[in-house]
Design a protein around this ligand. Structure first.
Ligand SMILES: NC(=O)c1ccc[n+]([C@@H]2O[C@H](COP(=O)([O-])OP(=O)(O)OC[C@H]3O[C@@H](n4cnc5c(N)ncnc54)[C@H](OP(=O)(O)O)[C@@H]3O)[C@@H](O)[C@H]2O)c1
Length: 321
């Protein structure tokens, strides 16, 4: 099923609510207030994973899915019908291992086991989008793509998707699906307005770049971008740009961003969110939100139409960076 078909079933704004730190850095009660506001305002596309956030203090990887599952359990079946749940599997550390050196991965058995556990934590019989979170090169792509297709056919997920694939591997995944393609409805990669230095080490994140965009467009795969706000660095003095982004090549792009921000009355981060959804090749932002006011800000951003000439200026400054 196409992601656009799923999103078109309900009038959701063009954004996903990122819940990576729900239940760890963002305590469950606060996270539930964010979900309440998002739900009330129609921001119904929620993004989690089966490893969020094992690296946070006290985290095991269960917390974000459990936080969403607890919210759904108390809000009843209607809320579950309204909300679209996307989760990711593959990047959860194997029991007894530390970090991402030995993840559970994307074999047929591992995918089935992880999805079963995710559905329990999320208190639901199915998810709407199931992502392969990483590129697991120990398993043939045909196996991963094949079992994801089976899980979809079994009704355990409505759509399947990938994340953190490089261009050659995405092309292979599309081929692995045979004439009808991989079946991937969506690809989620790191993406924002500023482009990092080509030498920057973003590992384990993988950027959405031009060649990958082209494969997605050719194969009809919807594009989503995570870390769109660079953790707040576009607007907050306490958040420096991450390594690789504070380059002189980005000075002009940042200047244009702030000029458009002044022109349209959005802050620079909001302009980035609006630009993502309105560029020629739209990328749906997956936005980390830790307070109700951040939900309001993001919703205002993605529902504000940028003037065509502002989009053109932003694109030009970005591509010359
Ligand atoms: N597929 C993958 O491999 C992958 C990887 C990373 C993330 N993700 C997904 O993407 C989501 C977002 O990722 P992210 O947290 O790295 O990205 P982000 O959206 O760039 O940053 C989110 C942070 O920005 C700050 N913020 C939010 N709204 C703001 C506003 N209006 N003004 C100023 N600051 C604001 C908040 O920081 P404070 O909370 O400190 O206020 C928030 O936690 C995650 O939750 C997850 O669902 C996926």
């Amino acid at each position: 099923m196409e992601l656009t078909e799923i999103l078109a079933e309900v009038p959701v704004p063009s954004m996903a609510v990122g819940t990576m730190y729900f239940g760890t850095t963002v305590p469950a009660a606060e996270a539930h207030s964010v979900l309440d506001v998002a739900h009330e305002q129609g921001a119904w596309f929620w993004d989690t994973a089966n490893n969020y956030a094992f690296w946070a203090k006290g985290g095991t990887g269960d917390e974000s899915e459990k936080c969403l599952g607890d919210w759904l359990a108390t809000r009843g079946p209607r809320a579950r019908e309204e909300v679209m749940l996307a989760t990711k599997v593959g990047a959860r550390p194997r029991p007894g291992s530390v970090g991402l050196s030995d993840p559970m991965g994307l074999s047929a058995a591992a995918l089935r086991e992880q999805l079963t556990d995710s559905l329990k934590r999320l208190n639901t019989a199915h998810v709407d989008v199931l992502y392969a979170h990483i590129d697991d090169r120990t398993v043939p792509l045909e196996e991963t793509v094949g079992v994801l297709g089976e899980l979809q056919a079994e009704g355990l997920t409505r759509a399947i998707a990938a994340s953190n694939l490089r261009a050659d591997r995405l092309a292979k995944a599309v081929d692995a699906g045979g004439p009808s393609g991989s079946g991937y409805a969506a690809l989620q990669q790191r993406f924002t307005y500023l482009v990092p230095d080509s030498e920057a080490d973003l590992s384990p994140h993988v950027l959405l770049d031009g060649p990958i965009e082209q494969i997605c467009i050719n194969a009809g795969i919807a594009m989503l971008g995570y870390s769109p706000l660079l953790s707040g660095a576009y607007t907050r003095d306490d958040r420096p740009l991450p390594d690789g982004y504070a380059t002189s090549a980005n000075d002009a792009a940042l200047g244009e961003l702030h000029s458009v921000s002044d022109q349209v009355g959005l802050d620079a981060g909001q302009v980035v969110l609006a630009w993502m959804g309105q560029r020629d090749r739209p990328v749906l932002p997956v936005i980390g939100l830790s307070g109700p006011e951040q939900v309001d800000s993001a919703l205002h951003a993605v529902s504000t139409a940028l003037p065509v000439e502002a989009l053109t200026r932003l694109d030009a400054a970005r591509s010359s960076a």
